[in-house]
Design a protein around this ligand. Structure first.
Ligand code: SF4
Ligand code: SF4
Ligand code: FES
Length: 917
């Protein structure tokens, strides 16, 4: 702690921080541009100037930069003296020399840090009368707009993009007053985290192109606290709506999860909410095989009658809420309910949960992962399966730099100094994967291995750490084992990352065994296991290890034990080969599908019911770290769309089911689920219930500047209707209410007087960079376990088979999940489905990059890529992308050059004997 004096007042402050952080934490207005709470200080913009006095006798003082000045005991500062004020005014004036002053047409306008800072310093008049420099803007892809004339050369963008996120294609070009921030040539920005530039750039240079296409002023957006549904990380988001359309997604700060940043799938992948494929009305299939639209009442009646008459099964969804899944499982009975995973995936996810529940290592949140001093990734390409974790791991390798800095007494916020000091010295990061990954550039070593060999490596490192005799691997792998084991043993906070991504259960088992061994050695070991979807872990907790799978339901239906199927928010054609899903659905006389989108499964429904999206309903999701988090409706669903839980509850009420006699609200379902499932008993604490009021008031979804309530409906009626009432949450569809000092889980937007941009966040934090004043959103459901007891089967070494290839999954951030590819911007970035083989295998097959390759006797034809990081005998395939649906991870397949296959197919079709072409 330190005692400092600012403008005659005395404060007790944290001596490890710089003056700018302290001022903002004290809620003193000090303008700034280049400093960022996640990226530290470089002192580039000179905007945070203050006067520091040597002692009480010093009347002159000297100008110092707040962000570069440590707060030492007894220090005396002036923020508001004329000298400091004048200096800051001059700085803004010089930064604005070339600025086009185009706020009225700027997408940033009204939410712009530059506007706020200009007003804050009182810069009103432009004295410069010369010509302004102008620049050509670049096409940077479908997600981001570029308007370089608005740049104030603060360098935040390149610091974020290159130094923080590891990008290489956004640079500062030119010098003096001709600095240009862009690519060396036009083209799509290559970083998976480029979208954060929208929030990092303090001006309107980088703006959200998906919003600009259909623009709404930021203060006119209605928003609510939400959770990203595009992977299992559970990043907190703020979706914004206007005119019944989801307009954009911004980051919602959660100190333990996503902090200040999202990935581009999360930021831009929610556009499916506006998709023309969304269902508006229930549809009942008629005898001609087409659908008759029904209203809500008739659809419910039909649903109730079918369920009452039938022997009903349910298939849930790892992308639907705990509550909707719980209701469906209650409706059909646990024995008739499959969680909705693909068959092999169900085994993997339940195994991951068992490992997490038993392993003695802790399950880290993302912020804690950043503190790891040695990391081993086994078989998981996190940039593509759980992207925000990749960004955290990229920060973890900087711990070596912080260690060096601490030895020299350098404060951790001295960003440039620390980077200069450390140069390429990094904390160890080892990666064993089926091919190259986007973290290779910061890895100590990356080893390409087949999944079984990744598991063998993990087990061998575990044996070495535990000091137990185990299998000695072939060289040079054994050398790697020794190097990794030694690095992990030398660490204080080792982290093992693995998951379901390789398709092999042995890989996460080896990771957990190793993490257990590290804990036993007294390390603060951490184990992070990635699962595929937003609520995969919630489903595993709800259904347990013995839940029926899809095959089981089909088998029972074919025996006549079941005749009606309800599918909840799940396109089953992504869960298995087409023929398999066709037979599953054909086994049921009635197929009721609750989904938001017209997809392949919906089109097989006898009754399709339009479900609200995540942005139109409330729900609880359990992330991969076992954090239960609540998302809320941002806006009300139109036409006959209803939240799935509403359809299911109404149907059960119509059926007079005893279990829902006392269930009236969403909260009642959460409570019933918590009471029925010990593993989920904590979910009621994920957020306050609908009775919560903030100083007697609801929390407004609309900002106090929200405009046009009457005008926006003028085409319908000139009378402003009463705002809808929300009976399911403490939020209001209104600007009336109080958005301050409420629990962190209920923060719908950030705004403070004088702080209209996202930088106002510090007014909602306990201190700058710290947790929200209202506490961190979500509740952790998993704790470290007693230790692993079961002995996993250790796989044999991988042997390439002549004429056969082992399919290994290659996830893609854009397109491997079910929904983000339906967002227009993301859709442009989805690649064509591909097969990757090493150059030697390509030669053997006679193929070159771009050729077509036929997999497994025409179950798929995909484009070939040659990648020497793929192990000989393995073939990477783009899992989840259209065209690869029939391929399963770890299948042994034959490959044939497409032209050859077509020529020879009369002889080969119908057999699967494979062989080289
Ligand atoms: S583009 Fe934005 S972030 Fe980059 S230097 Fe210019 S103003 Fe700063
Ligand atoms: S990491 Fe996952 S949860 Fe986070 S923003 Fe990206 S897709 Fe969403
Ligand atoms: S914020 Fe301090 S110099 Fe830029």
């Amino acid at each position: 702690m330190a005692t400092i004096h600012i403008d005659g007042r005395t404060y007790e402050v944290d001596g490890g921080k710089n003056l700018l952080e302290i001022c903002l934490s004290l809620q003193l207005d000090l303008p700034y541009f280049c400093w960022h709470p996640a990226m530290g200080s470089i002192g580039a913009c000179r905007q945070c100037a203050v006067v520091q006095y040597r002692d009480e006798e010093d009347t002159r003082g000297r100008i110092v930069m707040g962000c570069m000045t440590p707060v030492t005991d007894g220090a005396i500062f002036s923020l508001n003296g004329d000298q400091a004020r004048q200096f800051r005014q001059n700085i803004v004036e010089s930064l604005m020399l070339n600025h086009p002053h185009d706020c009225p047409v700027c997408a940033e306008g009204g939410e712009c840090h530059l506007q706020d800072m200009t007003v804050m310093v009182g810069h009103r008049d432009r004295h410069y009368r010369g010509r302004k420099n102008t620049h050509r803007n670049q096409y940077l892809g479908p997600l981001l707009n570029h308007e370089m004339n608005r740049c104030i050369t603060c360098y935040r963008c390149t610091r974020y993009y290159n130094d923080y996120a590891g990008g290489t294609d956004l640079v500062a070009l030119g010098s003096r007053d001709h600095v240009y921030f862009g690519r060396h040539e036009e083209g799509v920005l290559q970083s998976e985290f480029a979208g954060n530039l929208v929030e990092v750039c303090p001006t309107g240079v980088f703006t959200d192109k998906t919003l600009v296409h259909d623009y709404t002023r930021k203060w006119d957006l209605q928003s609510a606290p939400s959770v990203c549904t595009s992977c299992a990380v559970g990043c907190n988001t703020l979706p914004g709506e206007r005119y019944g359309k989801l307009k954009r997604v911004h980051n919602r700060f959660n100190a333990e999860v996503n902090g200040y940043f999202l990935c581009d799938r999360g930021r831009f992948g929610a556009g499916f909410v506006n998709s023309p494929q969304r269902l508006l009305y229930p549809g009942l299939r008629n005898q001609a095989g087409t659908y008759d639209a029904l209203d809500h009442h008739r659809a419910l009646q039909s649903m109730q009658q079918t369920c009452t008459r039938g022997k009903v099964a349910g298939i849930g969804s790892p992308r639907a809420s705990v509550e909707a899944n719980f209701l469906l499982r209650t409706l059909v009975g646990a024995d008739n309910f499959a969680p909705g995973f693909a068959t092999a995936e169900q085994v993997l996810v339940t195994q991951v949960l068992r490992l997490q529940q038993n392993c003695t290592a802790s399950i880290p949140d993302i912020a804690t992962m950043e503190s790891a001093d040695t990391v081993l990734i086994l078989g998981e390409d996190v940039t593509n399966t759980a992207p925000r974790i990749a960004l955290a791991l990229r920060q973890s390798v900087r711990n070596k730099a912080y260690e060096l800095a601490a030895n020299l007494g350098l404060a951790s916020w001295q960003d440039a100094a620390i980077r200069n000091l450390a140069q390429d010295q990094r904390s160890p990061l080892y990666i064993a994967s089926v091919a190259d990954t986007r973290l290779d550039d910061v890895a100590t070593a990356r080893i390409s291995l087949a999944p079984d060999d990744i598991a063998r490596l993990g087990f061998a490192v575990g044996d070495a750490v535990a000091g137990t005799p185990g299998e000695s691997l072939e060289q040079p792998l054994q050398q790697q084992v020794e190097a990794i084991a030694s690095a992990l043993q030398g660490a204080q906070r080792p982290l093992i990352v693995s998951g379901t991504g390789s398709g092999s259960g042995a890989v996460p088992a080896a990771a957990a065994r190793l993490a257990d061994a590290l804990s036993a050695r007294g390390k603060q070991a951490m184990l992070c296991l990635v699962v595929p979807e937003a609520n995969s872990l919630g489903q595993a907790l709800l259904c347990g290890a013995d839940a029926p799978n899809l095959d089981h339901l089909q088998h029972r239906a074919s025996k006549g034990e079941l005749d009606t199927l309800i599918v909840l928010e799940n396109d089953l054609y992504r869960r298995g080969p087409r023929a398999q899903i066709d037979s599953l659905l054909a086994a049921f006389a009635n197929v009721l599908v609750l989904d938001g989108l017209d997809n392949q499964t919906t089109s097989r429904a006898t009754l399709a019911l339009p479900a609200a999206s995540f942005a139109e309903c409330e729900g609880t999701l359990v992330s991969l770290e076992g954090r239960a988090q609540r998302h809320y409706a941002v806006f009300q669903p139109e036409a006959e769309r209803r939240p799935s839980w509403v359809w299911l509850l109404a149907c059960m009420k119509e059926m007079e089911r005893e279990e829902v006699r006392e269930v009236h609200h969403f909260d009642d379902i959460t409570r019933a689920c918590a009471a029925a499932h010990h593993a989920l008993s904590g979910i009621t604490a994920a957020a306050p219930d609908h009775h919560f009021r903030n100083a007697g008031q609801r929390i407004p979804r609309q900002t106090h500047r929200y405009s046009g309530r009457t005008a926006m409906r003028a085409a319908v009626s000139v009378h402003e209707p009463k705002q809808p009432e929300d009976e399911e949450s403490p939020l209001a569809y209104s600007m009336e209410g109080l958005n301050s000092a409420q629990p962190g889980a209920l923060l719908p937007y950030v705004w403070a007087p004088g702080w209209n941009s996202n930088q106002s966040l510090h007014r909602f934090q306990a201190e700058v960079g710290g947790p929200l004043k209202g506490g961190t959103a979500g509740v952790r459901l998993l704790q470290p376990g007693p230790g692993l007891t079961s002995v996993e089967d250790r796989p044999l070494p991988f042997q390439a088979q002549p004429g056969r290839w082992l399919l290994v999954p290659r996830q893609r951030i854009f397109g491997s999940d079910e929904l983000s590819a339906l967002s227009p911007g993301v859709a442009e970035l989805v690649e064509a489905a591909f097969i990757e083989v090493c150059a030697a295998d390509a030669r053997m097959l006679g193929v070159s990059t771009g050729d077509g390759i036929v997999v497994n006797n025409a179950s798929a034809t995909l484009e070939v890529r040659i990648n020497d990081a793929v192990v000989p005998g393995c073939a990477g395939f783009s899992i989840g992308l259209a065209g690869a649906e029939n391929l399963l991870p770890l299948q042994q397949v034959s490959l044939h050059k497409a032209q050859e296959w077509q020529r020879r197919s009369p002889q080969l079709i119908g057999s699967d004997r494979g062989g080289h072409v």
